[in-house]
Design a protein around this ligand. Structure first.
Ligand code: CP
Ligand code: NVA
Length: 325
């Protein structure tokens, strides 16, 4: 099953019904469902590249609540809805009543009367869970402090395109293990049969509950999860090297402490010399050159970060089509 999809879009992935589901974290999705989403993304990308209209969401409206900044997520969701024949409404939490204390449950119930889906980017993961529990339309997590699942679906698509497969690859993540990217990568990797190793400094290790569940999920797909403080051990023979900012949104006051704590975890030429020769480098962006990654790496021949950014559009269109149509 894990080999059932390939980069040219040919697939024997069984048809799934995702209609009406939320997209809060990858752990909620089965291997088949993730492969189905990836397959759909490959198909939608083809249609878009061929300039063929694909208005699967004609007349549908997505509300997008943002409590944090965004370039990629905002633009790719908005453009995605447009290309699918629908419409997106940007709802800054500064402007809607949620920002003035209206409850999440009332917001969910009211929005559900107007629109066909809600995408939300916020701080607390619990807020997204609460929104989803009161909404009667699908809720999509556009990033919380704990998870960034739409990004990781795009990352899986990017890896698939560049490597032609997912199962059996080694993905290594260097940096803040206790952030949204590390957690979602862990959940996504084990679902598609990739081995994942995470190297982080003490004090910045991944959430234990998420790690335990990922280890458990890995026993079903044959994936391993390795957590270490040693970046060289983590990157050894990696096919895919990933990092993320050392200071995530909302942690700005800790910047100075974090800059020190992560010094030995920079992704640079020396560290990457331990990866496989044909490794690819991913970063969800925005990046800080000279901090978590050097310019030689992110702007170098192994980097696929702009394919990755583009794939936000295609992966999210798959989510939107399958959940909302
Ligand atoms: N990678 C990502 O989510 O980017 P934005 O913060 O610009 O949306
Ligand atoms: N970990 C980063 C990801 C940004 C897309 C943050 O939360 O700021």
């Amino acid at each position: 099953m894990l080999e059932a999809i390939n980069a040219d879009g040919k697939s024997i992935v069984s048809k799934q019904t995702l209609k009406g589901m939320n997209f809060l974290q990858l752990a909620d999705y089965s291997t088949d469902q993730i492969l189905y989403l990836l397959n759909e993304a490959v198909e939608l990308k083809k249609l878009q590249k061929q300039g063929k209209p694909h208005p699967f969401l004609s007349g549908k409206v997505l509300g997008m609540i943002f409590e944090k900044s965004s370039t990629r997520t905002r633009v790719s969701f908005e453009v995605g809805m447009l290309q699918l024949g629908g419409h997106a409404i940007f709802l800054s939490s500064k402007d809607i009543q949620l920002g003035r204390g209206e409850s999440i449950s009332d917001t969910a119930k009211v929005l559900s009367r107007y629109i066909d889906g809600i995408m939300i980017r916020t701080f607390s993961h619990e807020s997204v869970e609460e929104l989803a529990s009161h909404a009667t339309v699908p809720v999509i997590n556009g990033l919380t402090d704990l998870q960034h699942p739409t990004q990781v679906l795009a990352d899986l698509l990017t890896i698939l395109e560049h490597k032609g497969k997912l199962a059996g690859l080694k993905l290594c993540y260097i940096g803040d293990g206790n952030n949204n990217m590390a957690h979602s990568l862990m959940e996504g990797a084990v679902k598609v049969g990739m081995n994942i190793s995470i190297a982080s400094p003490e004090g910045y290790m991944p959430n234990e509950g998420i790690t335990e569940k990922a280890v458990q999920a890995g026993t079903e797909t044959g994936s391993t999860v390795t957590i270490t403080n040693n970046p060289i051990e983590a990157i050894k023979d990696a096919d895919v090297v990933v990092t993320d900012v050392w200071t995530s949104m909302g942690q700005e006051e800790e910047t100075a402490i974090r800059l020190k704590a992560f010094q030995a975890f920079q992704v640079n030429e020396e560290l990457c010399s331990h990866a496989n020769k044909d490794y690819i480098f991913l970063h969800c962006l925005p990046a800080h050159r000279g901090e978590e990654v050097t310019s030689e790496i992110i702007d170098g021949p192994h980097s696929v970060v702009f394919d990755e950014a583009e794939n936000r559009l295609h992966a999210q269109k798959a989510i939107l089509k399958l959940l909302l149509a």
